[in-house]
Design a protein around this ligand. Structure first.
Ligand code: MRU
Length: 344
C-alpha cells in the first residue's frame, strides 16, 4: 500500500489507513463486515468525498457476503446500503458509489453469488477509476498554477481523501511533476485539523514544500503576496455550481476575491450532483460539539457553552474561478457547463 493510499481491498476485507491516528501513528485497520466500514466512515477513520465513496462500495461487498445466504438477499442488501448511505450526508460520492454498485448487481438480484461477484468487480473499478480520475484532474489543473509561487489549500483533498493521488493535491502533484516550483500553504482546518494532521503529513511525505498556517492566517498570507491562488476539493457541487466543501472554504473564497486571486475547486464528476439545484439544497452535516470544545481530547472551552459544529459550508458559484474535473475545466455559467460534462 502506498504511503498515503487511503484504502486497499485484500480479498477478504477492506484495509484502511486510520486517518484519526495520523500523523503520530501509521495504523491500518481491516474491516471485515459492513458495520465496521460504516463506523469507520462515521468516525472519519476514512474521510474525504471520493475515499468514503470507494470505502462504502467495499462496505456493500462485505454486506453482500454477510447476507448472501438469506432468502430475502436483495432486500437485506438494500438495508446494508441504507446503513452505509446515512453515515455522512454531505459528500455525494457516497450515495453515487452505492447507486452505481446496486445498478451493476441489480440484474442478478435473485442470484446472490453472481451479485457478489459483480459487486466485487464494481468496487474494484470504482477504486481504480478514482486514481485515474485524479490524474486527469491533475493534468487539467496543473497548467492553471503559476510556474513558481504559493498555493493555498484547505482541509485535505489529497491521496488520503481519495483512493490515491488526490484532487486538489493531485493538481499540486501534477504541477510539480511538470517542473513547477510550488509551495503549498495548508490551513490547519479546525476543528478536525485535516490540514495540519493530513495535508501537511502527505505533502511532507512526498517532499512537496508545505507551510502550515492556522485558518485565521489566510488573509495575512494573501495580503503578503505569499500565494497566487487557492485550490480546494469539494464534497458536493450543485447543478448551479455552488460548492459544499469543508467549513471555512466559503471564507477563503471571499478573501480570494478581495485579493484578486483565482479560486479553483477540484472535483471529479462523481462529486457533481445535478439533482441538487443549488447550495441551499445541500445537506450540511453537523458533528459532535466536542470536536469544537476539545482539542486533542483536552477541553478548551467552558463546560456547557453552546456550540455550533457544521462540518461543511457552501461557496456560491459566483466566487469560483473554475471547477476542475477529469473531463476538463468548467467556468461560469456553471449550469450549462456542468450539464454539458454529463453529455460528453
Ligand atoms: O470531513 P472530511 O474530512 O471528510 O471533509 C473533506 C473535505 O471537505 C474535502 O475537501 C473533500 O471531501 C474533497 S476530498 C478530495
Amino acid at each position: 500500500m502506498g504511503k498515503c493510499r487511503s484504502l486497499v481491498w485484500d480479498g477478504e476485507g477492506l484495509v484502511l489507513l486510520d486517518q484519526t491516528k495520523l500523523p503520530r501513528e501509521v495504523v491500518y485497520i481491516t474491516c471485515r463486515d459492513h458495520g465496521q466500514v460504516a463506523t469507520a466512515i462515521k468516525e472519519m477513520k476514512v474521510r474525504g468525498a471520493p475515499a468514503i465513496g470507494a470505502a462504502a462500495a467495499y462496505g456493500l461487498v462485505l454486506g453482500a457476503r454477510e447476507v448472501a445466504d438469506r432468502p430475502d438477499f436483495w432486500d437485506a442488501l438494500m438495508d446494508v446500503a441504507a446503513t452505509l448511505r446515512k453515515t455522512r450526508p454531505t459528500a455525494v460520492n457516497l450515495a453515487w458509489a452505492l447507486e452505481r454498485m446496486l445498478q451493476r448487481a441489480q440484474g442478478s438480484r435473485n442470484n446472490p453469488q453472481e451479485a457478489l461477484k459483480l459487486l466485487t468487480e464494481e468496487a474494484a473499478a470504482i477504486a481504480a477509476e478514482d486514481v485515474e480520475t485524479n490524474r486527469a484532474i491533475g493534468r487539467y489543473g496543473a497548467p492553471l498554477l503559476p510556474q513558481e509561487g504559493g498555493v493555498l489549500t484547505h482541509c485535505n483533498a489529497g491521496a488520503l481523501a481519495t483512493v490515491d493521488y488526490g484532487t486538489a493535491l493531485g493538481i499540486i502533484r501534477a504541477a510539480i511533476e511538470m517542473g513547477k516550483r510550488i509551495r503549498v500553504y495548508a490551513c490547519e482546518t479546525r476543528p478536525f485539523l485535516q490540514g495540519a494532521r493530513l495535508t501537511a503529513y502527505e505533502l511532507q511525505a512526498d517532499g512537496i514544500p508545505v507551510t502550515l498556517i492556522t485558518d485565521n492566517m489566510a488573509g495575512y498570507v494573501m495580503g503578503c503576496g505569499l500565494v497566487q491562488g487557492v485550490v480546494v476539493g469539494a464534497d458536493r457541487v450543485a447543478a448551479n455550481g455552488d460548492v459544499a466543501n469543508k467549513i471555512g472554504t466559503y471564507s477563503l473564497a471571499i478573501l480570494a476575491r478581495e485579493h484578486g486571486l483565482p479560486f479553483y475547486v477540484a472535483a471529479p464528476c462523481s462529486t457533481i450532483d445535478l439533482a441538487t439545484p443549488d447550495g441551499e439544497h445541500i445537506p450540511i452535516e453537523e458533528r459532535e460539539s466536542t470536536e469544537v470544545s476539545h482539542l486533542v481530547g483536552i477541553p478548551i472551552a467552558p463546560k456547557g457553552v453552546d456550540i455550533l459544529n457544521p462540518a461543511f459550508d457552501v461557496t456560491p458559484a459566483d466566487y469560483i474561478t473554475g471547477i476542475i474535473t477529469e473531463k476538463g475545466v468548467v467556468k461560469a455559467p456553471y449550469a450549462e457547463g456542468l450539464a454539458a460534462l454529463f453529455r460528453k
